[in-house]
Write a protein that binds this ligand. Structure first.
Ligand SMILES: Cc1ncc(COP(=O)(O)O)c(C=O)c1O
Length: 350
């Protein structure tokens, strides 16, 4: 590698002539994008849904840059962090040749996105003791891979990964692989993002989402924060007009200062509820252990996971079954709900 992180990208993607979407110039009237000139009947939206939205909408990119404390040139917005994961795998992994590293048990889409692209998946399990990173094994595997996915706080185990360990991985793989750090649940941990370390580690990529702490999963808005080179490359392959106009408007409205203050207060309420649920579950006869959590869910090892699930369903409540996943035998993941939902679940399982 000669020094640019782009040397890790697929050569054919680097050479790709990107799709030329219709020029975005709000000062001019649009007769260049084969749109209808009239709105659909009843369309009261700001921009009019007859018009294609702005690619990488400037106001939205600025808002996410402000929210996550990153320069605008280092921000890419997409349809959830799922889209960012997909774009990374497609831009960096050649089918049948390149690999990604994952650290199970972890978020399932990393593996699926890699497999869809035809990339190999190297699994370096988290250590049994506290689901910590097996740092040296991740570094060894990373030397044979293009992308290393780390998730902190990790889904479904709920724990943060050690900051020093993650930075050690970035440092050791500086010229060999991108380290993709998924911070989907970071707001619940009250810890600073590693986005502040991007200048030191050009191979670091951070993923954030509005789907969790900001209560906007239905809007589908994820943010990738990385070096300008990586953001520039991904802009070349993200589908044209990726973000729907309605999402742009809703997200801009729902991430203003009052909404941000309300989201922060809700996080406080959720964390207090998480503690109540944890304490009750620890006393439950059907619970072996509740794993420590820095996220908005709890991973619970049951004596009889089936009975727990059935009790929840009888109260009209679904929790996530991981009991047949490797290393998560008899485990369920409970997303903390409203106080009423939590109490109904606790009453049902008792
Ligand atoms: C760790 C992690 N990353 C990413 C996602 C996907 O988030 P988004 O809604 O932004 O696509 C999830 C969703 O559950 C997740 O748990």
């Amino acid at each position: 590698m000669t020094g640019s992180v782009l040397d890790l990208a697929r050569p054919d993607i680097l050479e790709l002539q990107p799709y030329q979407h219709a020029a975005w110039d709000p000062a001019l009237e649009r007769m260049h994008a084969n749109e209808m000139p009239w709105r659909a009947q009843g369309d009261n939206t700001r921009a009019g849904l007859n018009r294609y939205p702005e690619p990488q909408p400037k106001a939205l990119v600025e808002r996410m840059a402000q929210l996550y404390g990153a320069p605008v040139q280092q921000v890419l917005v997409g349809r959830g962090s799922d889209e960012a994961i997909d774009l990374l795998v497609r831009a960096f992994c050649r089918a049948g040749q390149d690999s990604v590293v994952i650290t199970p048990p972890t978020f399932g889409f990393y593996k699926v996105a890699a497999r869809i692209q035809g990339a190999d998946v190297i699994e370096v399990p988290l250590l049994r003791d506290g689901f910590r990173l097996d740092t040296s094994a991740v570094i060894d595997a990373g030397r044979r891979a293009k992308l290393v996915f780390l998730c902190s706080p990790n889904n479904p185990t709920g724990n943060l990964l050690g900051e020093e360990a993650m930075l050690q991985v970035c440092c050791a793989l500086a010229r060999q692989a991108l380290v993709v750090l998924d911070e989907a649940y970071l707001e619940f941990a009250g810890r600073p993002s590693l986005a502040g370390r991007l200048a030191e580690f050009p191979n670091l990529v951070i993923l954030r989402t509005l789907s969790k702490a900001y209560a906007l999963a239905g809007a589908r808005l994820g943010t990738l924060i990385a070096s300008e080179e990586i953001v520039g490359l991904l802009k070349r392959i993200i589908p044209p007009y990726a973000i729907p106009a309605s999402t742009v408007d809703e997200v801009l409205n729902l991430t203003e200062a009052p909404q941000r203050a309300s989201a922060a207060a809700r996080i406080g309420t959720l964390l207090a509820e998480r503690e109540v649920v944890r304490q009750h579950l620890e006393r439950s006869r059907n619970v072996v252990s509740v794993h420590p959590s820095d996220a908005n869910f709890l991973l619970v090892e049951c004596r009889d996971a089936y009975a727990f699930l059935a009790a929840g369903k009888s109260a009209g409540l679904l929790v996530r079954d991981f009991s047949s996943a490797p290393r998560l035998t008899r485990c369920l993941r409970i997303s903390i709900g409203t106080p009423d939902q939590n109490r109904r679940l606790l009453a049902a399982v008792e």
